[in-house]
Structures are given as structure tokens and as C-alpha cells.
Design a protein. Structure first.
Length: 748
């Protein structure tokens, strides 16, 4: 039934696309000059290669498509469901995104939590969850690499990476400016300018700026405040200088920063009725009833920089150094129970939930968390040799991070505030070799040794240290059938480093730890460019096993956050990308990912919802009581949609003299998703989707552009997450945003 529903929705969108395309006639002169799909260059293996010749499952997303995703003011979570097998969510608004790939991720909301998917920006890892939220603007390309990437990108990449490359300085003057206005006072201003700074053109620069705003639009029904929350203000910038010292030596300096004020996630009390997973009558997208949390404010400031130096030792040998430093401060305050008092609208009465009673809040709850002075330093030094029929690279890497997390539980039962200090030091040595066995077959292998150590300290609590050393490796083969079709196979090993979870110290509980998890992944795929280079199909099938899988047990009667290691986790499935240039004016894209995941540990017990208002489906080893532990053996991974699909349609009509009209449609589908580690009727979402639309006019070969757009076109109300310890609290997706945009490109 789930597959049938997905199929019906996909067929509906394809029918709409075909009907739209059919309403336009293609001029005969245009039809005679057939175009082909552009070749896509990626740097998935730290060097420029044709996408079709990389033995990794990779999806490349163009700058134009990224611009459409973020036009309505979305944050980085907008990439979720728009790339096969990639999912993202957050229980802390725009500042703390969590990523999942092929079902594997980490739903821990602690600010010190590690993740299974790494974010790499301009070759620098963004390790902390707040660093991962840096806004996307003036980006040249996004690459999504699925499967373990430990050899070249290190620990905490067992599921894959999202690799972002910003636009670099050019020796030609140029830039752009784009302004957007939309519903809820949404306004975006983005632009960049750059070019040569000296007559010799050896020194060049680029400055990029993003300004975003959305007015508060959600009412607080408890205090009577209209438009009390939901808005944000973002200012981010990037300055880059590139100096070509001579033919052999170049240096690229990158300095960037942000200042953000906005609203944390909006928690909505009792929007799920016991026994149902649908929003009930308590759900009102425009109104909440908060008696705490000061309308859920959050802030962040960041400053970072990097220096990349390339030195050509000879025609084939290049030495590269990347030095980077990142700083972050932030805080978020929230009304966690999502309502008011010990009872909640619409009825008052004793807070004793039963099958027939009104929903209630067992006790008021709000909390504040913030990072104090995160300081991350990284240094990479590598050497690469591009020879005749072979390529090798080797290097060393160092990582050092320190920060403190302050938590205010706002309860007389706990201290007024607690600060815990985290530090993480790691070093690695790595190498990779790619060798052309013959004209048709290329083998690639890599190896990386990593030593990782984490330390925790807090007043009145015994210090904790965890450490480990692991070896990551991968081996792959690419077989060229002909100029159009390549097959690849890959076996890869990776790991997530040992972890310390310390948020519970603020609530009187000791920190918990988890030892390193390791993954072994096997996959095979095809990369084909067919139909006279107008059809590109990239697909893969995979299977992986995670040993000592790190999981986070959140909730229960005491709402603790405990790290646990499951004996084993398994995943298998497929992902496929298709691009089809139907006509010279119509491009269709299709992506689909199927992820089957399972926890294998008959002894693993976790606490289910503490409120007693959810219907737990997992077996309980003790007499039936929702406050007791349950077994999660055989469950799917949390936040791991079984199906993810996306469709894009881009139609462009040439009007002559450098003018054109365009119509773009994008569709993102998410299948049924288990939200918690345990299974409960209320905490599994139905299938969901969102539509995006963009249509407009370009003048003078794209120098000027005007467009109308809509994100979440049909205003879908989708459940994205829950809080289970106090009541059936949920939080939802972004509302529909209509708007218009104007853009100008200047220079070369």
C-alpha cells in the first residue's frame, strides 16, 4: 500500500509535467538543434572528475536548483527529501539540523552530539551541529556522497557526506544581486561581487552577502500576544581572496560570519490524540498556548576562516595545505511542553490521562541550552600525484575542538544552571591510490588511521574521557562498458567516534557514553548516459552492517537522554537518479531511494513515553506499564523514512533575442517514518510531500530575471517530530510561502 501511494503521487506529478509540456509547442528550428545534458564535474575524491567516472554513489545539485530551494527563506533542512536517500530534521529550529543518509543518522538533540553524516564546506568539516546550520548562499555546487567516506573525509562519516563548494573569485569582474519578498514579511537579499584586484590579475577577490527576514506570525493564545513568534533575522557574509603568487603557488583565503536571531522550534501541546497519528483539533498552525519559554527565542553568532595553499612541485605532484578555524556562540529557549499549566485546552480537570479523559500536561517544562565559545581548529596537509594511468594522494589531518554547553532547566528540583565542558582532539593519516588496470577497468583503494579522544568536565561531577583508534578503508572498481555505460562496485568501512552525552547532568543524572560504532558497506551500481546524451541514469543497490551502533534513548518518565550501543544495525536498499532532456526546452529529473533498516539486539531496552498517552507497540519485558522499559529489537532506525522520492521539471521557452520564459516544478516525497527509537501508534508519520513552483522571465541572456514562486505550494501540514515525556507534543513543517523575486547578473 505504501509503494502504491508513492507510485500514485509520482504518476500525478509526471502527468502534470507532461500536460504542462504538451501545452507548449516546440518551434521546428529549435527542435532541429538538439541539445545534450551538460557534463557534471565533481570533487568527491578530492580531485575534479566526471560524475559518471566516480565509483561512488553521488548526486550533484546545481547552483540554480539550490537557489530555487532556498528562495522562500528556507534553511539547510530544505535539501531533505530532494536527493535520493537524504533526510534532515531538527527539534531546535534553524540552528541545529540533523542529517540521515540511507536511513543512518543520529536524532540526539544535545549540542555536543556527533552525527553520521558530515557537512563539508570548502573542504573544511563543520563538526558541531550549530556549524552545520550556516546558511547556504553563493554556492557553486552541492555533492551528496552516499555510503562511508572515512578514507578521505575521516570519522563521523559512516552514512556519507554533504559537500558544499562556494563560488570562488575570478579574474573577471562580475557578480549578481537577487531580492525576494513573500508571505509573512519574508524578505531575502543576496548578492556577490568580485574580480581582479591588480592589473596583473594575480590577486582577485569575491564578497558575498545574505540578508534574510521573516516577521513573527504565530499568536500566543495564552498571553494574548498576536504575531509573537515564528520570525527570524539572518545576516551572513563571506570574503575570499585568491593570490596566484606564481605559476606554481597559489593561496585562497576565506573569511565568513553570521549573526542570527529567530525562533526555536514551535512545540505544540497534545496535537496528537492517543491512538492516532493525525493532527487533532488542538493543532492550529497560527496559534500556540505558551506559558513559558518567552516565545521560544534563539540566537547565534559565528566567525570562521580558512587558508588553502596549493604548491605544484612539478607537472604531476601537488602539495595542498588547508588550515581552518571556526567560532560559534548560541542559545535557545523553549516552552518544551508546548502548552500551559497542568491541564491543557479544551478541558480542565485532574491530570490523570485515561482512554476517555482530556489530554493534559503533567507538569510545566521549559529549558534553555547554549554553546559558549565553541573553538574548532583543523589542519590538513596532503600531497597528490596525477600520473599517466594512475593517481595517488596521501596526507595527515589534525582536529581540535573545545566548547561549553550551559543548560537552564528552570525547575526548583534542579540547579538554576549547569555548565559542562567538552573537548575533542583527533589526528589521522591517510592515503588513496587509483590505478587504470587497462583501458576499461580502474581500481581505487584507500586507507585511513584515526586516533580520537573526547573529554568531559563539570563542577561536582567526575570527569569522563573516551578514546579510540580505528582504521577506515575502501576499495572500488569502475568498469567501462562503452562511452555511455559504466558499472561500479564498492566495499567501504567507516566509523563514528566514541561519544559523551552530558545534558542529563543538568537534571541530576550522570553523563552517559557510547563506544565507537563501525560500518561495513557493500554496493554496486551503474552510471549511464543514453539517448544521444539526453538521458542520464545513475543507480546503486547497497547493504551495510553497523556494529556497536550508537543510539540515543530520549524521553521516558524522567526525560533523560542516554547513549546506548546496539549490538548491530542493518540497512539495505537502492537509490537512483535520472535526468532526461525530453526536448531542448524540457528537462525532467527523478530521484528515488528505498531504505530498509533494522536494529538487531534482543537485549536492548529503552524507556517509552513518560506521559502514558502514547500507544506503545513494542513488547514490554515487565507487566504492562508505559513507564517501564520496552524492547526495540527488530525496529527500524528512528527518523529513517523507508521511501524518499523527488521529481523536478524545468521548462524553458526561447522567445528570441536573448529572452526566455521558464517554469520549474519540484516535488519531494517522504514515506512513513518512525520518529522514536521505540514504536508507537502516535509517533509514526504517514507519507508526506511538498511541492515547489517557480515561473518567470529572463531578459538579455539571463542578465535580468523576474519570477514568482511558492514553497510548500499546497500548504501541507506535516508532522516532523515529537516530544514524548510530558504529553503528546509535536512540531510541524514550514507553511506555504508565496513570493516574487528579482535578480540581476553583471560582468563576465
Amino acid at each position: 500500500m505504501r509503494g502504491n501511494k508513492l507510485t500514485r503521487q509520482i504518476l500525478g506529478v509526471l502527468t502534470l509535467a507532461a500536460a504542462t509540456a504538451g501545452s507548449f509547442s516546440v518551434p521546428a528550428a529549435v527542435a532541429q538543434e538538439r541539445s545534450i545534458l551538460e557534463e557534471i564535474t565533481v570533487t568527491a575524491q578530492r580531485r575534479e572528475e566526471n560524475l559518471q567516472e566516480v565509483p561512488i554513489s553521488v548526486t550533484a545539485v546545481s547552483a540554480e536548483r539550490l537557489d530555487s530551494m532556498f528562495e522562500g527563506g528556507e534553511d539547510i533542512r530544505a535539501i531533505a527529501n530532494r536527493v535520493p536517500s537524504l533526510y534532515a530534521e531538527s527539534s531546535n529550529g534553524r540552528l541545529a539540523p540533523r542529517f540521515y543518509m540511507r536511513g543512518l543518522g543520529n536524532d540526539d538533540f544535545d549540542l555536543a552530539a556527533s552525527q553520521s553524516v558530515s557537512i563539508i564546506v570548502d573542504e573544511v568539516v563543520q563538526e558541531n551541529v550549530i556549524l552545520k546550520s550556516f546558511p547556504l548562499f553563493d554556492v557553486a555546487r552541492m555533492e551528496v556522497l552516499r555510503g562511508p567516506q572515512g578514507t578521505l573525509f575521516g570519522r563521523n562519516t559512516p552514512a556519507g557526506i554533504v559537500k558544499l563548494d562556494t563560488r570562488k573569485p575570478s579574474d573577471q569582474f562580475g557578480g549578481y544581486a537577487r531580492a525576494t519578498v513573500g508571505e509573512f514579511g519574508t524578505a531575502n537579499l543576496e548578492g556577490a561581487i568580485g574580480g581582479a584586484l591588480t592589473e596583473s590579475r594575480t590577486l582577485k577577490g569575491r564578497v558575498s552577502v545574505l540578508i534574510q527576514n521573516r516577521d513573527d506570525w504565530i499568536d500566543n493564545g495564552f498571553t494574548g500576544e498576536n504575531d509573537a513568534m515564528g520570525g527570524y533575522e539572518e545576516f551572513a557574509w563571506r570574503t575570499q581572496l585568491e593570490w596566484d603568487v606564481n605559476d606554481d603557488l597559489s593561496a585562497l583565503f576565506n573569511l565568513h560570519g553570521r549573526d542570527y536571531e529567530g525562533t526555536a522550534s514551535i512545540f505544540r501541546a497534545n496535537v496528537l490524540t492517543t491512538g492516532s497519528k493525525d493532527f487533532n483539533q488542538n493543532y492550529d498552525r497560527d496559534t500556540v498556548f505558551f506559558d513559558g519559554g518567552n516565545n521560544n527565542p534563539q540566537e547565534a553568532s559565528a566567525l570562521g576562516g580558512s587558508l588553502k595553499i596549493d604548491y605544484a612541485l612539478n607537472d604531476a605532484l601537488t602539495l595542498t595545505s588547508i588550515t581552518a578555524h571556526e567560532q560559534v556562540d548560541n542559545f535557545s529557549l523553549g516552552d518544551i511542553d508546548g502548552g500551559f499549566g497542568a491541564d491543557f485546552l479544551p478541558a480542565a480537570g485532574p491530570c490523570q490521562p485515561t482512554a476517555t479523559s482530556s489530554p493534559c500536561i503533567m507538569f510545566p517544562s521549559q529549558s534553555q541550552d547554549g554553546i559558549d565559545n565553541l573553538d574548532q581548529f583543523t589542519q590538513e596537509l596532503r600531497i597528490a600525484n596525477d600520473g599517466d594511468g594512475y593517481f595517488w594522494q596521501a596526507g595527515v589531518y589534525y582536529f581540535d575542538s573545545e566548547f561549553a554547553v550551559t543548560t537552564l532547566p528552570f525547575s526548583p528540583l534542579f540547579p538554576p544552571s549547569t555548565t559542562v565542558a567538552h573537548s575533542n582532539e583527533a589526528w589521522a593519516i591517510f592515503g588513496q591510490l587509483s590505478y587504470d588496470v587497462n583501458d576499461r577497468f580502474t581500481m581505487t583503494g584507500g586507507l585511513r588511521y584515526t586516533d580520537d579522544e573526547k573529554d568531559f568536565a563539570s563542577a561536582g561531577v567526575a570527569p569522563v574521557s573516551v578514546s579510540g583508534n580505528e582504521t577506515s578503508w575502501d576499495i572500488s572498481g569502475l568498469y567501462t562498458v562503452n562511452n555511455s555505460v559504466n558499472f561500479f562496485a564498492r566495499v567501504a568501512n567507516g566509523f563514528r567516534a566514541p561519544t559523551i552525552q552530558a545534558r542529563d547532568v543538568a537534571f541530576g543524572a550522570p553523563p552517559s557514553t557510547a563506544k565507537a560504532e563501525t560500518i561495513l558497506s557493500v554496493e554496486a551500481g551503474v552510471k549511464a548516459t543514453l539517448a544521444d546524451e539526453r538521458l542520464r541514469i545513475n543507480g546503486s543497490i547497497y547493504s551495510y552492517t553497523v556494529d556497536d551502533m550508537q543510539l540515543t534513548a530520549v524521553g521516558g518518565a524522567s526525560n533523560l537522554i542516554q547513549l546506548v550501543n546496539a549490538k548491530e544495525g542493518k540497512g539495505s536498499g537502492f537509490d537512483v537518479d535520472v535526468e532526461w532532456l525530453v526536448t531542448d526546452e524540457l528537462l525532467l529529473g527523478f530521484g528515488l531511494g528505498y531504505n530498509d533498516t533494522e536494529i538487531n539486539d534482543p537485549d536492548l531496552l529503552v524507556a517509552p513515553c513518560g506521559s502514558g498517552q502514547c500507544t506503545v507497540l513494542d513488547p514490554d519485558p515487565t507487566p504492562a506499564d508505559a513507564s517501564n522499559f520496552v524492547r526495540v529489537d527488530g525496529n527500524r532506525f528512528p527518523k529513517a523514512p523507508e521511501w524518499l522520492g523527488n521529481i523536478i521539471m524545468q521548462y524553458t521557452r526561447d522567445l528570441g533575442r536573448g529572452n526566455e520564459m521558464f517554469f520549474n516544478l519540484d516535488y519531494a516525497y517522504q514515506g512513513e517514518t518512525q520518529i522514536q527509537l521505540y514504536e508507537a501508534v502516535e509517533f509514526e508519520t504517514d507519507s508526506q510531500f511538498e511541492l515547489g513552483l517557480r515561473a518567470g522571465y529572463r531578459h538579455n541572456d539571463g542578465q535580468w530575471e523576474a519570477a514568482v514562486f511558492a514553497r510548500n505550494l499546497t500548504d501541507e501540514e506535516n508532522l516532523k517530530g515529537v516530544i514524548d515525556f510530558n504529553n503528546n507534543t509535536g512540531f510541524d513543517n514550514e507553511p506555504r510561502i508565496w513570493g516574487i523575486s528579482f535578480g540581476v547578473n553583471f560582468g563576465d
